[in-house]
Write a new protein. Structure first.
Length: 519
């Protein structure tokens, strides 16, 4: 958890995790206090997570789990913490806090997240869990936080998945157990496995409970994540079109369908999805962080810029870029906010081939903690370098290429949960190709861009990205067109369109190449 989130919830979480020596047992009246956090009009979907405790606890616990399933981690953590305050002798509210700080597929667990989640997991294990099912949930989340001094994150994610496998086998009729088990499977999916075995297994589990829980936010949400890959995306359309209806109060639920719409080139649906997400984000910020922009709102804006560019509405995309530049505060400086700040202006310049505009980009906003997101900062250096190379300013282009090399070296050392190092290497090689092209070294330029394209194709895009700011294979097609090889260019554009149907620049490039003759 970052410092901003820590300040927001520190008091209530600290109280929830404090010792409760001598405090009386919870009553229905105490448990009812958690309902103060609820918003009467909110709609988050239908969750029925049976839990021991006073009857007043159940509805609030269901709400907290619904928030958790839609990755509203801050709000979910507040809700679980309130339940822990009201029910200090029960373990499951602390299980909820621990789960809010473990993000199997959303993003890396920060040190603050891990410490807070680990403390909650330990407290849950110490407190009452009257049923074997509840004890199994607490045991499972504890597996992720245990032995961090000697086990890396990947090993601990696997330990959590194995514990959830056992929970699912012991309680096969527990819908929540099946759903959280599916999420655990997604959290251990190898990013290089093109059979998508983990994703297919998760989707099978979720489809199995779908008839029993058609309005469950986790089922629709995790089906989208399970199938968010070019060969599988069309299978996710029903879930994509359902999720926003199931949880209209969640900015993330409004946005997630656009992952599938973007995969399939359904630009108008993507636009409507992200407009709704941005509005839900505004409403949430008005209640919880007045004056701030929600990170999911920024994420939606990046997807909107991408979609508007694909339909040729450059004016609408430009308006969003101006609005992002005016943002003065975010609720949480997350990785998705970092990527949106960096990628949206870069893609706006590069997809329009406005090289002077690209060369003038800077890493903004200045107040954002970019030192935590160098992989996102790399997008700006790539755009600046590419703009400079296309303008013939090779000194600047080489400086930006060297900065990309430095960032990549740091990412290789860091060995994060997603291989951003390879993504930065794609950018470094692509920029090197255009530097070679400016030096009339066309054979070297083609070889470098082909290597960049092959590397980019070998790894899936991170879920935070609507798509590469300028696909390397599309750049290869552009280069081949420039040097008089339209047939070879057409083949590259066709490959881009297989994985990114409806990409405007590749469609236009393909049309140009076909009209240019065999080359």
């Amino acid at each position: 958890m970052n410092q901003t989130r820590g300040r927001i919830s520190a008091a209530v979480i600290a109280l929830a995790l404090a010792p409760h020596v001598g405090r009386p047992a919870a009553t229905d009246e105490h448990a009812g206090h958690a309902a103060d956090l609820a918003v009467p009009a909110e709609k988050l979907g239908t969750v029925r997570f049976a839990v021991s405790g006073p009857s007043a606890l159940q509805a609030d616990f269901n709400r907290a789990v619904a928030l958790l399933h839609s990755f509203q981690y801050e709000e979910a953590e507040k809700a679980f913490a309130a339940l822990a305050l009201a029910n200090p002798d029960l373990g499951m509210p602390y299980w909820g806090i621990a789960m809010c700080n473990y993000h199997p597929i959303w993003g890396p667990t920060t040190r603050d997240d891990f410490e807070r989640g680990g403390a909650a997991a330990a407290r849950a294990a110490q407190l009452a869990a009257p049923t074997q099912r509840e004890r199994d949930y607490i045991l499972a989340v504890g597996r992720y936080y245990a032995d961090s001094d000697r086990l890396d994150a990947a090993t601990r994610r696997t330990a959590y998945e194995q514990a959830m496998d056992k929970l699912h086998a012991r309680h096969p009729d527990d819908i929540e157990g099946t759903i959280f088990y599916a999420l655990a499977i997604l959290g251990t999916a190898p990013p290089t496995d093109r059979t998508y075995a983990h994703q297919r297994r998760a989707a099978d589990l979720l489809n199995g409970v779908l008839p029993l829980a058609p309005d469950h936010p986790g089922v629709a949400h995790y089906l989208i994540h399970s199938l968010d890959y070019p060969p599988l995306a069309r299978l996710a359309l029903p879930a994509a079109r359902a999720y926003a209806r199931i949880a209209p109060s969640s900015p993330h639920a409004q946005h997630m369908p656009s992952h599938i719409f973007t995969r399939l080139g359904l630009w108008e649906e993507s636009i409507q999805s992200n407009l709704a997400s941005r509005e839900a984000a505004r409403e949430l910020m008005a209640r919880t962080h007045p004056g701030a922009t929600h990170f999911d709102g920024l994420h939606a804006m990046d997807y909107l810029v991408y979609a508007y560019l694909q339909i040729g509405d450059e004016a609408a995309a430009g308006q969003l870029i101006a609005q992002m530049a005016a943002v003065s505060q975010v609720d949480l400086p997350t990785f998705s906010a970092a990527y949106a700040f960096a990628a949206a202006p870069a893609r706006y310049a590069l997809e329009r081939h406005q090289w002077t505009e690209a060369a003038a980009l800077t890493v903004r906003p200045e107040w954002f903690p970019w030192q935590n997101f160098t992989w996102a900062e790399a997008v700006v250096h790539f755009a600046r370098g590419l703009g400079a190379a296309r303008l013939g300013d090779l000194a600047t282009a080489r400086q930006e290429q060297e900065r990309l090399a430095q960032i990549r070296a740091g990412l290789v050392t860091a060995k994060g949960e997603y291989n951003w190092a390879d993504q930065v290497e794609v950018q470094r090689r692509a920029l090197g190709a255009w530097i070679a092209r400016a030096n009339c070294q066309d054979a070297e330029a083609v070889a470098e861009l082909r290597a960049a394209a092959d590397l980019e194709d070998s790894t899936e895009k991170h879920p935070v990205t609507p798509g590469a700011v300028l696909p390397a294979r599309e750049q290869l097609g552009d280069l081949l067109l420039e040097i008089g090889q339209p047939a070879r260019a057409a083949a590259e554009y066709e490959l881009v369109l297989q994985s990114s149907p409806g990409r405007r620049n590749s469609l236009r490039g393909l049309e140009t190449a076909r009209h240019a003759g065999p080359g």
